[in-house]
Design a protein around this ligand. Structure first.
Ligand SMILES: *Cc1c(COP(=O)(O)O)cnc(C)c1O
Length: 429
């Protein structure tokens, strides 16, 4: 038994983990490129970017150098009444690449807080205008985080059941997956007509936790058009889709309509440090400008705009804007397309979904599909035995590798999915 894993087991409590039955955690001591290394030197290929955060590879030297330099210059300063270069430069850089109507950057700590900030901003926007609205609209299958507001606007299920009575009411509408576009729009129109909807929050084009569900830009444009006709603020949760994952810098770049707010985290620092951003369009910001102090946005965190995290964000942004990164994203998207063509329609495969660098394969499963199914554990184990990190969502396996992943490394991932399909076929016989 690894001493680190044993010591961990004595003192730690891991996320999304049933500690009584879980296997000991795999102790990782070093990372490089798309690889993670254990104490004894075993290498694991990170096919899911360490929970969707890593963009350019682990322990990237350019990000590390920038962080080290910032640590020796200024580690932190409070962000009310004070500012610092990394916060300003990162905000300027983000506004250059975000949808062009975005005007202001509000920092927080992670994806969930970026969502909390967006929800509070939207509600207070209407309050400040003197026309309070209370209803939030969200997709039934969405995931927006684990804090209370984020949970409230997320899919209700086993994870949220213990808290259900305390979650505020949300108007859920269907995801406009192919064939459901008309219903989703009708549901939004019906709730919008009541005049009380403050905001619509959505994962643009790709719902991650729901199983990498995809829907069209045209369908989302219709929903956003309806929002804007009814004075409803559109909040794009790009925590997962941001920074190139979908093949464009942001999923919203596929749209004709513009979001009023954008939530960012995960890839924001290239997967190096925790940082969240909520950006907003001019009219949202303007609703908070007043001689009346009560119109202030009274929200902040101790580590708001932490300089070290912002420095990591700046270094990651530089790497992202390097043409070599765009070339890697395009190369990965093409490789995924080739694999999609190969595996689509094969026995055991129910559906294959692809958007940019994210590929999902939904397997046929005889029993009911859920996060808790034994197929999920078998697929997970199969990947680990091949020294590949892939975390199935029930009967769905997805690839979301760092952009630096080479063609040879991608082949290892595809081989693993091929082996998983064989396992599924054998199991269903
Ligand atoms: C991961 C995720 C979040 C929550 O981010 P955390 O940093 O884990 O709190 C919110 N929205 C989406 C779409 C996500 O994928």
């Amino acid at each position: 038994m690894s001493t680190l894993a044993a010591r961990d087991h004595a003192v730690l409590w891991h996320p999304y983990t049933q500690m009584q039955t879980a296997a000991l955690p795999i102790p990782i001591v070093r990372g490089e490129g798309a690889w993670l290394y254990t104490e004894d030197g075993t290498a694991y290929l990170d096919g899911i970017s360490s929970w969707w955060v890593n963009l350019h590879g682990h322990a990237h030297p350019r990000i590390a150098a920038r962080v080290a330099q910032q640590l020796q210059t200024l580690e932190h300063v409070l962000f009310a009444g004070f500012t610092h270069p990394p916060a300003v430069e990162l905000a300027e850089g983000l506004l250059e690449i975000l949808p062009p109507n975005q005007r202001r950057i509000f920092y927080s700590d992670n994806g969930s807080t970026a969502v909390e900030v967006a929800l509070k901003m939207a509600l207070q926007y209407h309050h400040n205008l003197g026309q309070p609205r209370r209803t939030i609209v969200a997709f039934r299958d969405s995931y927006h985080g684990d804090t209370f507001g984020a949970m409230a606007v997320s899919s209700r299920g086993a994870f949220t059941a213990p808290f259900a009575p305390l979650l505020f009411d949300v108007a859920f509408i269907d995801v406009p997956v192919p064939g459901r576009e008309v219903e989703a729009l009708a549901q939004l129109e019906a709730v919008a007509a009541q005049g009380d909807v403050a905001a619509f929050i959505f994962e643009p084009l790709l719902l991650g936790t729901a199983g990498m569900l995809t829907y069209s830009a045209e369908a989302l444009d219709e929903l956003l058009g309806s929002c804007h006709r009814h004075g409803i603020l559109a909040i794009a949760d790009e925590v997962m889709t941001g920074f190139g994952r979908t093949g464009q810098l942001f999923a919203c770049d596929y749209l004709a309509e513009r979001p009023d707010m954008v939530c960012l985290s995960k890839g924001l620092t290239g997967g190096t440090m925790a940082l969240g951003v909520t950006s907003c369009a001019g009219p949202v910001y303007d609703a908070f400008l007043s001689d009346d102090k009560l119109k202030t946005f009274f929200h902040g965190h101790s580590y708001t705009a932490n300089p070290v995290a912002c420095a990591a964000g700046l270094a990651s942004l530089e790497l992202l804007r390097d043409p070599a990164c765009a070339a890697n994203i395009a190369r990965m998207a093409t490789a995924h397309q080739v694999f999609q063509a190969e595996i689509t329609g094969q026995p055991g495969v129910r559906d294959v979904r692809l958007l940019g660098t994210v590929l999902a394969v939904e397997f046929e499963e005889a029993a009911t599909t859920s996060y808790f199914s034994s197929l999920r554990d078998e697929l997970y184990e199969l990947a680990l035995q091949r020294r590949v990190i892939l975390r199935p969502l029930g009967n769905i396996i997805y690839l979301m590798p760092p952009y630096c992943t080479t063609d040879a490394e991608l082949s290892l991932l595809y081989d693993t999915v091929r082996a998983m399909r064989e396992l599924v076929v054998g199991r269903n016989q």
